[in-house]
Design a protein. Structure first.
Length: 147
């Protein structure tokens, strides 16, 4: 694959067409070219790392994460939560979940971190805990009891 260097100005222009957490530079560039009428007949070939059916749906991680926190007294380190959830989801995780990301982490592990952030935004996990510590909130306990 060729390497092309571009100016910061061009990068920012192409970035306007990118959908966060979906597009890479190439797909954003295709969108920019199409928007300006340069590629009306060319189809965007988007490569996705989250193919349908290949990975466990993101929402499936919520209950095991919150259960792991309750089992550990309401809070635990990220590493402890990951280990506990991996055991809980044994047989539920799909083969694609064990594939490696570019940074060497597994897909399921990275997805757990994303879902932790989503649960923080929902108020189910404490946002002000010490770095590396996950802590369930009262709202999180209530959510879990309703599941």
């Amino acid at each position: 694959m060729p390497v092309v260097r571009i100016s910061e100005e061009l990068f920012k222009e192409v970035q306007k067409y990118a959908e966060p957490l979906v597009d890479n530079f190439e797909t954003a560039l295709w969108k920019a070219l199409r928007a300006h009428g340069r590629l009306s007949s060319v189809r965007i070939n988007k490569r996705s790392s989250r193919g349908a059916g290949e990975l466990t749906p993101p929402g499936e991680f919520w209950k095991p994460i919150l259960e792991a926190l309750v089992e550990r007294g309401g809070q635990a380190s990220r590493v402890e939560v990951h280990k506990t959830v991996e055991k809980k989801m044994n047989g539920q995780l799909k083969p694609g979940d064990y594939k490696l990301n570019r940074d060497g982490t597994t897909k399921w592990s990275k997805q757990m971190d994303y879902q932790r952030l989503a649960m923080v935004h929902e108020g189910l996990i404490q946002s002000s805990s010490l770095w590396g510590i996950w802590e369930i909130t009262d709202k999180g306990k209530q959510w879990l009891s309703q599941e």
